[in-house]
Design a protein around this ligand. Structure first.
Ligand code: SF4
Ligand code: SF4
Length: 219
């Protein structure tokens, strides 16, 4: 089963971190070939500060869009196709906001991979790099430092080849053939933080014919 993306932390440091980026990570989003260019992208915003500003300004609009999507059936492949076209235009190495603001759930396989990669025992990797998630009893998450994930170095992941599955799959726009369902809530919370999610949803509004101007919601 695909995992829901972790909800972002909303502290001001995460938002402020937009302006302090240098190098980072790139994610691969795949969609069924037939959908690859069926829904052309209209526009892509790449400026992180502008995305943060617009994402916050459009909070009410995106909440209304979320409700609209819940009430209408649109194929998830539309959003996947858009995300696949947008992803190559976004340089994750200038962002890394998911590593700063996310909560990374880890499972046994993830910790095994990390321990092998770092060269420590599973017990040591568990103790040194993970903690219990107080909000999800029985679940372990990666530890955080003041600047984000314990493995974040600048904008780079120090354990990139062995990063947990939830990191490899982020921003979780490439899964399944069903409607967005319960994922829509956690995805939309990443709109002001993740350029891929922001642009995918902005273009998705065009594809599904959602016109916020006509609803008095344009900021
Ligand atoms: S928040 Fe989005 S754009 Fe930024 S590094 Fe993560 S996946 Fe890439
Ligand atoms: S493990 Fe790596 S990819 Fe995952 S949140 Fe930490 S720094 Fe980012």
């Amino acid at each position: 089963m695909p995992k829901k993306p972790p909800p972002p932390k909303t502290d001001p440091e995460c938002i402020a971190a937009y302006t302090n980026n240098a190098v980072g990570i790139r994610y691969q989003i795949t969609v069924p070939h037939a959908f690859a260019l069926e829904y052309p992208v209209v526009a892509v915003v790449t400026d992180l500060v502008e995305i943060s500003r617009l994402g916050s300004a459009k909070k009410d609009e995106n909440l209304a869009f979320r409700r609209y999507l819940s009430a209408h059936h649109h194929r998830v492949e539309e959003l996947q196709s858009l995300a696949a076209q947008i992803q190559p235009q976004i340089d994750c190495t200038t962002c890394a906001n998911c590593c700063r603001c996310g909560v990374v759930e880890v499972h046994c396989g993830d910790i095994e991979n990390l321990s092998r990669h770092i060269g420590v025992s599973i017990e040591e990797a568990t103790r040194a790099y993970t903690r219990l998630d107080p909000e999800n009893p029985g679940t372990r998450v990666l530890k955080n430092t003041r600047t984000g994930c314990v493995f974040l170095r600048g904008n780079l992941c120090a354990v990139y080849p062995a990063r947990p599955k939830v990191c490899r799959d982020f921003p979780h726009l490439s899964f399944g053939t069903h409607s967005l369902g319960s994922r829509i809530s956690s995805l939309t919370r990443w709109i002001p933080l993740c350029p891929i999610v922001y642009n995918a949803f902005e273009n998705y509004k065009h594809v599904v014919g959602y016109h916020p101007q006509g609803r008095g919601l344009t900021p």
